[in-house]
Design a protein around this ligand. Sequence first.
Ligand code: PLP
Length: 449
Amino acid sequence: AAENWRLDDEKIFSSLPPLFRGHPEIHLRKGIMDATRRVAANEADAENAFFVADLSQIFRQHERWMKYLPEIVPHYAVKCNPDPYVLRLLAALGAGFDCASNGEISQVLGIGGVDPSRIIFANPCKATSFVRSAAKAGVNNMTFDNADELCKIARAHPEAKLIVRILADDSKSICRFGIKFGAPLEVVPSLLLKAKELGLDVIGVSFHVGSGCYDPTTYGDAIKRARDAFIMGAQAGYRFTLLDVGGGFEDARFEAAASVLTDAINHYFPDRKGIRLIAEPGRFYVSRAFSLAANIIARRAPMIENSSEFVDLKPTSDEPSVMYYINDGVYGAFNCIMFDHQTVNPYVLSLNGSFHVSSSEPLSLCSVWGPTCDSIDCVCKAVELPSALQIGDWLGFDNMGAYTICAASQFNGFEFSKVVYTTSRVGGEEVRRALCNLAAKGYGHGVGP
Ligand code: PLP
């Protein structure tokens, strides 16, 4: 039985990723030391930027979810970060998955051991061929928000279990989806009528308050709308059994959102026997779990005229005078600045080759740029960093797990930054046990990098 496998069993670990132990900071430093050695040995691409992913952090977020929203089964939004080991871990922890495409469905089913019923195809506008593939793969749960989609599904997957995605107020979220998706409540009755006419089975309601929701009260309003849609379902002759509360959960406001959501569910769905509650969290699970180390590969600083000396930078200067160029940018991991409306905060990982950075280092205002030849590739327009930073030093960026790697490109021939996996002290054993159990059952081989 899986329980009898020892955690340090060689055979099992050979089928797992090189999964280190210890705090992510240790592995950021280890990675930098390794890169420094490789630079000294003149190895190619030695100083490449890299991520450290702390899988324990994902485990801890799952624990938090289960503590504050025990009734709601999380279906992790794969789009947010389809890292193979994040998916494996969440599969082993019993989460479901929100997939937006054929590719994401294949990736999740490729883990092995994930029943297609644990997947919701939560894209209301799908290609017909994708609907057909979902039918073939046994993925039945899918969302819709328009009549054309119903006709398409009636042709390509008549056995589908449909979920009507209703419009929610997304005005309190960083990324708004309402202009693209979500049926206003006024059109829901006619959509349900159409579904009935086509002989389709609608089983419930979903919504999404927008990604990065900073006002938890929005969930209360969305639940009220969902309750109205349930009533419309009953009027159309359906008995809804699924309520999907979507994503949008922010790490810092999670407990507040969970509390609003729980109260609203209790209020609007007091008698919910027979109703399955699910959600589609993405950002909440992965944001804090990934840090990025990037190397300063170039710098442009003003020079003293007729001298090879640099100007002594005035810490009081209010214009960035030094430009640092690092080896990941907005075409890579920092695409989150463009697509996810994020600002990132660099900190110094090494200064003049040394890890020790005292808090009394003189600072100056500078800008940080990505490695490509495009001037849009700016990571920070103005940030205070030690004036002594040199080419070869390293900057760190935390909270880099959500909507980063997934949308990165290789523009200008720059490679994706690789990921080093670790488990920190709290939750580390649970992560290893979960991954071991998955591997011991023969799963988890299909999705390795
Ligand atoms: N569900 C759907 C349908 C989405 O489009 C998204 C994000 O784009 C998510 C869930 C995940 O949202 P978040 O990362 O804010 O939790």
